[in-house]
Design a protein around this ligand. Structure first.
Ligand code: IFM
Length: 486
């Protein structure tokens, strides 16, 4: 046996840093984006069915009628998730599938789909993470006034109770809303999302009612779920940066932070609306009437986890003299601003950075900064990256493969940012890649592919992209591979 001299250690790759013990590895989807089966088993239209059927609203006139046909193919999809080694699957529930009119008794066939999906996941050793609302309000509730109407919060609390009753025994992690900013401000402000209304005051009213509905649902979930269950909300917090060091640009950043982030985080996590937000928007709504006694106590019921979705930073400035606001806002183009009270702020895309197919600059430091900012502002808050990923113009090679090195680089950079934030004190509990598979990208229809699994929509064949194999390897290692292997 050859003795190894202590001063000459065998050559080894440096130990890769492990993610924390218990760190959850997942992928996410949303009901309208993947399920299809839009008119099956009692499901009725949601605002997205109506919106996507409205000429000119969605690219190519695409709809979610069939989408990735997950409703019929969920067994194969779960098998694929298992094969990739996913530990958790974040999906959303289609409200109008389980409660078609948004009120009254539930439809068992609708509930059965989610029961079967969850059972399949549990059988495969994959933890289900259920989101109650990912933008698809039953159309009947929009017809009755939608989120700007306070009564919609009662409907949501009832719906939360139905779902807790149906799945509470088998789903351990619940999220009330996904990105309520988009529901309020893209849905009722700029109108680039369903229901397509362009009413700044309604957008603010919607934001308050989404907050209230969140708090009321947390109360219901807490009452009905077993003690160990975790509750959460997912916010697309904007990583806002001023374009220059000028005082005017700093004020533009403050305004966008207020109506983009603090309008949700402050009432939810501190039980108050920010004074500067109330002042910036006082000409649009009378907050003293909108926010009723007891609302803030309800909204601030504690959550166990704060979900954070991040894609790209938000770069803002005050407009040059004579220039209108808006500019290169990444949230789609509209003559109407999604920023009530701050319509004059100008938006920019950072120069000198690679971009995704959405034209969004790639900036992993934005995720690091966001996680650190939230940790600074809300110390001790457990965080979960509930969405992160990128669209690229993927295609199938003649050999039947989908090579997506840009997505691998994107994921590597952002997971590295998560690791740096954890090392610097952020309590990040997990990461969900957006998205498990290509799907209906809202106003962009099927023109943008965010999946780590390619979907050939004509045949509904699934092809794991190179990034899916890479992600699978990360999960197996519980660490990032060396950069030159990725
Ligand atoms: O596809 C969406 C998802 O539904 C919500 N967050 C952003 C994703 C990419 O735009």
């Amino acid at each position: 046996m050859t003795a190894v001299r202590p001063d000459i250690a065998p050559k080894q790759a440096p130990e890769a840093t492990q993610f924390p013990t218990g760190f959850v590895w997942g992928a996410a989807t949303a009901a309208y984006q993947v399920e299809g089966a839009a008119a099956e088993d009692g499901r009725t239209p949601s605002i997205w069915d109506t919106f996507s059927r409205t000429p000119g609203k969605v690219r190519n006139g695409d709809t979610g009628d069939i989408a990735a046909d997950h409703y019929h193919r969920y067994r194969d999809d779960v098998a694929l998730m298992k094969q990739l080694g996913l530990k958790a699957y974040r999906f959303s529930i289609s409200w109008s599938r389980v409660q078609p009119t948004g009120r009254g008794p539930a439809v068992e066939r609708g509930l059965d789909f989610y029961r079967k999906l969850v059972d399949e996941l549990l059988e495969a050793g994959i933890a289900p993470v259920a989101t109650l609302y990912h933008w698809d309000l039953p159309q009947e509730l929009e017809d009755a006034g939608g989120w700007p109407q306070r009564g919609t919060t009662d409907r949501f609390a009832d719906y939360a109770a139905i779902m807790a009753g149906a799945l509470g025994d088998r789903v351990a992690t619940w999220t009330t809303f996904n990105e309520p900013w988009c529901s309020a401000f893209l849905g009722y402000g700029s109108g680039v999302h369903a229901p397509g209304r362009t009413e700044p005051a309604s957008a603010l009213r919607a934001a308050h009612h989404l907050n209230l509905a969140h708090g009321r649902a947390i109360e219901v979930l807490r009452d009905q779920l077993p003690a160990g269950a975790q509750t959460s909300v997912t916010l697309n917090l904007h990583q806002v940066r001023p374009l220059t060091a000028s005082a005017a640009d700093a004020d533009a950043a403050r305004r966008i932070e207020a109506v983009g982030n603090r309008i949700f985080t402050e009432p939810m996590l501190r039980g108050e609306y920010p004074e500067d937000l109330l002042a910036d928007t006082a000409h649009l709504v009378d907050w003293s009437k909108l926010v009723q006694d007891g609302d803030l106590a309800a909204i601030s019921r504690p959550v166990d986890i704060l979900g954070i979705n991040y894609y790209t930073p938000t770069l803002v400035s005050t407009p040059e003299k004579g220039e209108a606001g808006s500019g290169n806002d990444v949230h789609g183009s509209s003559a109407f601003s999604p920023w009530p009270g701050s319509e004059h702020v100008a938006f920019h895309l950072a120069e000198g950075k690679a971009r995704t197919a959405m034209d969004w600059p790639i900036d992993p430091n934005g995720l690091y900064n966001l996680l650190m900012d939230v940790t600074r502002d809300h110390p001790g808050m457990p965080l979960m990256v509930t969405e992160n990923g990128a669209a690229f113009d993927d295609y199938v090679s003649p050999e039947g493969r989908v090579e997506d090195p840009e997505r691998i680089a994107y994921l590597h950079g952002h997971l590295d940012a998560v690791q740096r934030a954890v090392a610097d004190g952020a309590d990040v509990r997990g990461y969900f890649l957006w998205s498990l598979m290509d799907n209906f990208e809202w106003a962009y229809g099927y023109s943008k592919r965010f999946g780590t699994v390619y979907v050939d929509y004509a045949s509904q064949r699934r092809i794991p992209k190179a990034s899916a194999h890479w992600y699978s390897d990360v999960i197996r290692r519980h660490a990032l591979p060396p950069a030159d292997l990725s």
